[in-house]
Design a protein around this ligand. Structure first.
Ligand code: KG4
Ligand code: ZN
Length: 342
């Protein structure tokens, strides 16, 4: 038997039902079922998300096992996202993982979704693989979180800064909504920004002590700006959408990187990483690299496929827990809000 474990990982924290089969740090399959049901509501509807997970979970797992070419008897553990996330969504993944683990008589691994975003950097999908060295600083930016995390090891992380209100992804999504762009908004803002002038308009971000963030004021700033312009000219948004997106996106990206740069200097790290759904943003990827180059830091950005929610990242986080024999009890429950890293 191979020394590297075969682990089935399940992710169901929000609106993606995903299953992956890992062999050690390698991904054998990573199936993601996106839920289109939320599009017409302009945001995730929790009740509909849990129903869709319930419908998707079995076919998604079956497809992941089939694509990996791994039989259920070969699995050494089952991993699931314990939180943070939506209660009803998490419930589906946790219950499924427990049932399957019990029927196969193999251990469970409970994974923190935010730590998994960070550990996606350790997925070995290239040869030779390239991993950040501990300790490093990670800027994790998703739809629900914005965090600066000092990663001392795969199992030891310290949150050194985070948003006191909205997440960066929310700032993107809410802007898209008021601009009349379809859900999910982040990628749409990115697309329009690529065709606009980032210096066309000025938006403000607050001064916050230490390495924390705040995005709620920026959102209001945009809303008032649009209201005023729209009163003067009702075609303003239609004509200026590219410039608005470019200027707004630049404001978010510069703010994210300013705090990251300060924290990286303070903690004297050599490696800096980007993680979470917003790390798919093209301007953030570009400026992240230039900021790192300017300071002589090594920059790590996961491939697009591992930026947004997926089960392979749960699988890699689970691998480290498996190696440490940090198994979850059968009484484990979903934790929509997990206190960690502070
Ligand atoms: O990590 P993730 O997939 O889910 C959460 O755990 O929240 O992140 C989703 C967030 C959404 O807010 C989405 O709009 C944003 O990531 N996002 C982007 C881009 N792609 C995804 N934001 C800006 N530019 C993008 N290209
Ligand atoms: Zn996420």
């Amino acid at each position: 038997m191979s020394l590297k474990p075969y682990i089935l990982a399940i992710e169901s924290s929000c609106d993606e039902t995903s299953a992956a089969v890992m062999h050690g740090q390698k991904v054998l399959s990573n199936i993601i079922a996106n839920q289109t049901v939320h599009e017409k509501y302009g945001g995730v509807v929790p009740e509909l998300a849990s129903r869709a997970h319930q419908a998707n979970i079995v076919p998604v797992v079956q497809q992941a096992m089939q694509e990996a070419g791994v039989a259920t008897e070969q699995l050494q553990a089952i991993a699931f996202t314990q939180g943070p996330g939506l209660m009803g969504s998490l419930h589906v993944g946790v219950s499924f993982a427990k049932s399957m683990g019990m029927s196969l008589g193999i251990p469970l691994l409970a994974v923190n979704h935010m730590q998994a975003h960070i550990l996606a950097h350790f997925i070995q999908d290239e040869v030779p693989s390239h991993e950040p060295a501990f300790p490093f600083l990670c800027l994790t930016v998703s739809g629900g979180h914005t965090q600066l995390v000092l990663v001392k090891s795969a199992l030891d992380m310290l949150i050194v800064g985070e948003t006191i209100d909205d997440a960066a992804g929310e700032a993107f999504d809410k802007a898209a909504k008021v601009l009349g762009l379809p859900y999910p908004g982040g990628p749409m803002v990115d697309k329009h920004a690529a065709m606009g002038n980032p210096n066309a308009y000025r938006f403000t971000t607050p001064r916050i002590p230490n390495f924390e963030y705040s995005f709620s004021g920026l959102k209001t700033n945009l809303l008032y700006f649009l209201r005023e312009k729209n009163n003067e000219d009702s075609t303003f948004i239609a004509k200026e959408v590219n410039n608005i997106c470019a200027s707004y996106q630049r404001t978010i990206v510069d703010y994210l990187l300013k705090q990251m740069e300060a924290a990286a200097k303070h903690y004297d790290v050599m490696d800096v990483c980007l993680a979470g759904g917003v790390s798919a943003n093209s301007e953030l990827r570009k400026k992240f690299r230039t900021t790192a180059d300017k300071n002589g830091w090594n920059a790590f950005i996961p491939p697009f496929s591992f930026c947004t929610d997926n089960a392979a990242m749960i699988g890699i986080a689970a691998y480290f827990k498996y190696e440490a024999k940090d198994f979850a009890p059968i009484t484990a429950t979903p934790m929509p809000r997990i206190e960690w890293g502070r």
